[in-house]
Write a protein that binds this ligand. Structure first.
Ligand code: NGQ
Ligand code: ZN
Length: 459
């Protein structure tokens, strides 16, 4: 690939919306020059306003295939925990081929929706009996292959899962495909880091699943092992999603999960706390001060009945956040941001709750903050359109009735809060077009394979 030039009549740059912008994308897919007030000659003209693509900071790809299948009333009243039992049963039969088919379809859907990179929180490691595959990284490679086929940025987060609850309780049967001893897990981390280090669009980090699933010793070992490979690599953990989890943590250590992390581990910019839902004001401000990213997954958190994140306090304290699709009951960054705000409105009985500056556009603020926070969480050079960043962008579809005749942040307000049907027209990742006119070239083929797989799985 050689250097290419693109012209956008409108583009969202770090300093705000700019007119008549020329982007130069170098042979490696990075932005090497950005000029404003330029003319469209000798440049490909982009078909709408351009914004940075959205990182999806939390994905369990296999769960895409069970989205919509757990919405029937159960005998004893349903909860996160009964959903989890259904999820364990669902994944029992998944093969590596199935997982690659699901992940490929999911990543194509993500690109069409405007996500240009994803952090895969990957814990479905072993075969149905719980034994490692011949290549213990088999399932991880299937996600990498899916990301290659789709052409999405990927931060691979191998997950250490060792116990069923605080205090190092033994895993339960439904968790057998997830479980590692620490030495085998370190080998997996090394295998992934060795193969993926330095490859375009890829990064490797690590994810202790939760304080339920790892002991303090194991957590320390994961961090030490990651530091030996790459001391700036990202660390993600499920933090405090359910009240039961907080109660179990208190019974175990006398501390709440986030309180424990702040005190015993020390959070920093390399950490992402997924589902930082149940926090006290002190925890909320502590996380904000640490520079860690709160990994919010509004549609999944709504689906699972998690509770409310104290967003007003967190944002007022300068807290960073990004959004994740998690269980993929929705695949749409604009919808996630809408529900982030809607949850807060429903709780507080107010409007425009999350806007920080008087007169500012809520949609614009939410989108920019989530893109920058998501980039930090993935530890990839994305999230803004600036020189040195990767050319990951989306071209908005101003033919959508919700977006038409808007301008500037009005496009983002409309894409997030309007009756939008298809806000994204074209999508570029690493300087390559992945989606043109709303369609990914693998869309039809990935859907056909997905249908065949699902038919067999549900038979
Ligand atoms: C997961 N998902 O690992 O897939 C979790 C459920 C758990 C969400 N937390 C399992 N949304 O946390 O134990
Ligand atoms: Zn999760």
């Amino acid at each position: 690939m050689s250097t290419r030039r693109y012209f956008a009549a409108h583009a969202l740059l770090p300093q705000g919306w700019a007119r008549d912008v020329c982007f130069t994308v170098d042979a490696g897919g990075f932005l090497s020059a950005i000029e404003t007030g330029c003319t469209a000659t000798e440049a490909e003209r982009l078909a709408g306003p351009v914004i940075a693509g959205m990182p999806n900071l939390h994905s369990h790809a296999f769960q895409r295939a069970m989205a919509g299948l757990t919405e029937k009333g159960g005998p004893a009243g349903d909860s996160f925990w009964s959903w989890r039992e259904q999820m364990y049963r669902f994944l029992e039969r998944l093969t590596p081929d199935d997982v690659e088919v699901i992940a490929t379809r999911l990543y194509v859907e993500m690109l069409e929706a405007g996500y240009t990179s994803v952090a895969e929180f990957h814990y479905l490691h072993h075969d149905a009996s719980g034994a490692p595959y011949g290549d213990p990284a088999e399932m991880a490679w299937r996600h990498v292959a899916a990301a290659d086929t789709a052409g999405i940025g990927l931060t691979m987060l191998p997950v250490l899962y060792a116990h069923s609850n605080f205090g190092g309780l033994p895993p339960v049967a439904g968790q057998r495909r997830f479980i590692h001893a620490i030495d085998a897990f370190e080998r997996l981390m090394e295998t992934l880091a060795t193969r993926l280090h330095g490859t375009p669009l890829r990064r490797v980090g690590a994810a202790p699943h939760s304080l339920r699933a790892v002991t303090p010793q194991e957590l320390g070992a994961v961090i030490a092992a990651l530091n030996r490979m790459d001391s700036s690599a990202p660390l993600h953990i499920h933090a405090a999603e359910q009240r039961k989890e907080v109660d179990d943590s208190l019974a175990w250590s006398g501390l709440r999960p986030v309180e424990w992390l702040l005190k015993e581990v020390g959070l920093s910019e390399r950490w992402t706390l997924v589902h930082a839902t149940h926090m006290t004001p002190e925890e909320t401000e502590g996380v904000a001060r640490s520079g860690a990213v709160a990994g919010l997954c509004p549609s999944t958190e709504g689906d699972l009945g998690d509770g409310f994140f104290d967003a007003p306090r967190y944002l007022a304290a300068g807290g960073r956040f990004g959004i994740g699709g998690d269980s993929h009951v929705g695949v749409d960054p604009f919808m996630e941001l809408r529900w982030f705000e809607y949850g807060q409105r429903l709780k507080s009985e107010r409007r425009n709750v999350l806007v920080q500056d008087i007169g500012a556009s809520l949609g614009g603020e939410l989108y920019r903050r989530a893109a920058v926070g998501g980039a930090q969480a993935l530890a990839q050079p994305v999230g803004t359109l600036a020189i040195g960043q990767r050319a990951d962008w989306i071209v908005l579809n101003t033919d959508d009735a919700a977006l038409t005749e808007q301008q500037g942040d009005g496009w983002l307000d409309a894409a997030i809060f309007g009756p939008v049907r298809r806000p994204v027209r074209d999508v570029m990742v690493g300087g390559q077009w992945r989606v043109r006119d709303g369609v990914h070239p693998q869309s039809a083929a990935s859907l056909a394979r997905y249908r065949t797989m699902l038919k067999r799985l549900l038979a």
